[in-house]
Write a protein that binds this ligand. Structure first.
Ligand SMILES: [Mg+2]
Length: 215
């Protein structure tokens, strides 16, 4: 279990960690291939295959998370399309209680997300999750994603957190691996990032499916 007395700062991922990943999964795996098929006049299967290849080419890199990059790659109005399914944006139901309790306990709460700033603003607009936070960092400010060690060095320098007394929460194992390599002492994986998908098996990290059980 987590030893909360040894934690001052909590770095929190956004999509899949504080918010239901279903919106993003639906957007990138359904909406984008459908729009790509329409725009190019190709079958949905061909569009899906092409999109998947493009995703894999930049997986884990800042481009993967960059709306401008996809707008250029695909010639699609990404933000406009994102707004069309914005009704799916929602906070995980265990999050308000979790963040309120952490706040009461005096923890510093920082959002550390690979999401593009425009996507972050859209999510805030629909969830007001920023009301719980002491700080917000989009890795686009640094031009590198959480998967890269250089991001961690730069963010630590700017925020000044003590990595021995910091908890990092994320739903991505490659991202957790990078945080561990950098030396973040306390790590927590989210095993159920998407409300519409089965839970993930997390072998290497302490994991959670309901934050209310760990506070
Ligand atoms: Mg995530």
């Amino acid at each position: 279990m987590l030893n909360w007395s040894k934690i001052d700062t909590v770095l929190l991922d956004m999509d899949g960690t504080l918010l239901d990943l279903h919106y993003d999964s639906h957007f990138w795996l359904n909406v984008i291939p459908e729009q790509h098929a329409l725009a190019r006049g190709i079958s949905l299967d061909a569009a899906k295959a092409d999109i998947l290849k493009r995703y894999q080419a930049v997986s884990g890199q800042i481009q993967w998370y960059c709306l401008d990059y996809w707008e250029q790659q695909l010639s699609l109005p990404i933000m406009e399309l994102k707004r069309e399914s914005q009704h799916l944006i929602k906070m995980r139901e265990d999050v308000p209680h979790f963040l309120t309790e952490l706040k009461k306990a005096g923890k510093e709460l920082i959002l550390l997300t690979n999401a593009h700033p425009e996507s972050v603003m859209l999510k805030f607009e629909h969830t007001a999750i920023d009301n719980y936070l002491d700080g917000v960092v989009s890795t686009h400010e640094y031009g590198v994603s959480k998967e890269q060690q250089s991001l961690w060095h730069q963010v630590q320098k700017d925020l000044g957190f003590n990595k021995q007394r910091t908890l990092f929460v994320d739903d991505s194992v490659p991202v957790l691996n990078a945080a561990r390599e950098y030396g973040i002492e306390h790590l927590l994986a989210v095993a159920n990032p998407d409300s519409q998908q089965p839970h993930n098996e997390i072998a290497d990290y302490l994991s959670v499916t309901d934050y209310r059980k760990i506070i």
